[in-house]
Design a protein. Sequence first.
Length: 182
Amino acid sequence: MTAQSLHASARVALTEWQTPNEADESLRHTMLAFLDASPRGCLREHEPGHITASSLVITEDAEQVLLTLHPKVGRWIQLGGHCEPSDDTVVDAALREATEESGIAGLRIDPTLLSAHTHPITCSLGKPTRHLDLRFLVWAPVGAQPVRSDESDDLRWWPVDALPDTAERDTIDHLVALARLR
């Protein structure tokens, strides 16, 4: 991994992203401008903010979504996290995070960007920062049994039409709808 390879892959993902609406198109341009101004913006060391890689893990029959009860956020969200030195691309980072956090072997990732999101957070830096999250679709075998990692308070499959009350409902519903179109 180099900061340059992650940066280049994030630019490609955002440049090729077919945004579904004007708000996402505006976010796409904002993230591209961030990358133009931040050559090391894919690394967690970049304190003002950094690109992160997330995965919407869904069963191959598109009936269940795997969510983690995030200890810092306190809500059920998709899997994901920081880009690491072992990642050549943001797609590699998203798949690695999904595999590490789910414990499921044999996941398949769609390398086309599913969506993007930005949010303030105090992450492992211990200081307030901003995550510029690139989200990818990851397919899991039906019946796959997840194994919770130490990065999660809980981890489980949810029917896509019966998400928990503490889920980021609008976000997850939107992501599942996009996933079902693929």
